[in-house]
Write a protein that binds this ligand. Structure first.
Ligand code: AMP
Length: 214
């Protein structure tokens, strides 16, 4: 019997640069240069494995609905999408960063109902609700760091790595919402139907992560 066909959705951009070496160690190599090609679906050295290379925010959707059997996405995007629609069996420990709230440096304690600008609206809603804080959400897709200085928001919820972007815009990190890294997610039906192949890939990726950190 031939091995089941597997489509793996990878997040494009800088996460991909850290993802591909782990996949290579796990024995999965794209058939052509994914950084210069405009294709979205790539053959690999394995006849039964294809790679989709798409926006990170679309990976959970493709995996939940089974167009991709497996995927790699940042924990930030998984939390924002909701993590019930698929399994999350492996932390690749790459593209690490933190999801944080941030406010203007030296800002006075917030008023009753603060305005929070973010692209992570579900995460922000849940976080502030758990803190018992009333907020007004302002959805932005970029240049969030400008929102406080322009009077659009009192605080933001964003990804922080070195913190340089915040400092450069007169902001400081406040509360940690979640530690973020890239995770492997798996479609629930595929995990059953294609269990042997998926378990094999997961095992090899797990070893690649362990080798990198040993
Ligand atoms: P930094 O100035 O180093 O704190 O970087 C902050 C900006 O880089 C954020 O606004 C993010 O857009 C982006 N960023 C940093 N790390 C990541 C990551 N692992 N995944 C996605 N975006 C990131």
């Amino acid at each position: 019997m031939s091995a089941a066909n597997i489509v793996i959705a990878l997040t494009k951009g800088r996460i991909l640069e850290e993802t591909l070496p782990l996949f290579e160690q796990a024995g999965i190599v794209p058939g052509e240069d994914v950084f210069t090609s405009r294709k979205l679906l790539f053959d690999t050295n394995l006849d039964n494995v294809k790679l989709m290379i798409i926006r990170g925010s679309d990976v959970p959707t493709y995996v939940e609905f089974g167009s991709a059997d497996m995927g790699v996405a940042g924990k930030d995007l998984i939390l924002e999408y909701g993590d019930e629609g698929f399994y999350e069996p492996l932390d690749l420990k790459i593209a690490t960063c933190r999801l944080m709230t941030a406010e203007p440096i030296g800002a006075k304690p917030a008023r009753d109902r603060i305005k929070v600008a973010t692209k992570f609206t579900n995460i922000a809603k849940k976080f502030f609700a758990e803190q018992g804080k009333q907020i007004e959400l302002i959805k932005l897709n970029g240049a969030l760091e400008l929102a406080p200085s322009l009077g659009l928001a009192d605080a933001i919820v964003d990804i922080v790595d070195t913190g340089k972007t915040l400092t450069a815009n007169g902001l400081e990190p406040k509360d940690l919402i979640a530690e973020v890294s890239s995770r492997v997610i798996v479609n629930k039906a595929a995990m059953k139907i294609k269990n042997a192949v998926i378990r094999d890939i997961l095992g090899k990726l797990r070893k690649a992560v362990e080798n990198k950190h040993s």
